[in-house]
Design a protein around this ligand. Structure first.
Ligand SMILES: O=C(CO)COP(=O)(O)O
Length: 132
């Protein structure tokens, strides 16, 4: 079964995430993908990726992904955070980060770490297409 990867980006980082996803589309297609609402919609529209969309972040999407982390249905999270932005749902964002810490779930909050995460042998699909 493919690993499940959550993809999330704040508004100020959505263009960066789409660009990252373009660069790594072949790898991303080997994961089961889940995303917050607007991020997931963009990934589908721009890259035709198959993504399970949760609610938008401000409407509880981060909390839904946090629940997936706690329940072991989400194996890793890429979350492009905008450090310049103000987010009305900041407590939800903290909940998601805390869930990842509690569960020791890989959480990449910038592009360079996301690249490492995607190619990590414990998370990433192996070259034959099955998942470690
Ligand atoms: O707000 C977000 C993360 O905190 C992202 O939500 P959207 O993908 O719905 O914009």
């Amino acid at each position: 079964m493919p690993a499940t990867l959550a993809l999330i980006a704040h508004d100020g980082k959505k263009a960066d995430l789409i660009s990252f996803a373009h660069h790594h589309a072949d790898l991303l297609r080997q994961f089961e993908l889940v995303a917050t609402g607007t991020t997931g919609g963009l990934l589908h529209k721009e890259l035709d990726l198959s993504v399970t969309r949760k609610e938008s972040g401000p409407l509880g999407g981060d909390v839904q992904i946090a629940a997936g982390v706690i329940e072991d249905t989400v194996d890793a999270v890429i979350f492009f955070i905008d450090p310049q932005g103000k987010h009305p749902h900041e407590p939800d964002i903290q909940t998601l980060m805390r869930a990842c810490v509690v569960k020791n779930t890989p959480l990449a909050t910038n592009e360079s770490t996301a690249r490492l995460l995607l190619t990590d042998e414990h998370i990433a699909p192996d070259p034959e297409g099955s998942v470690a």
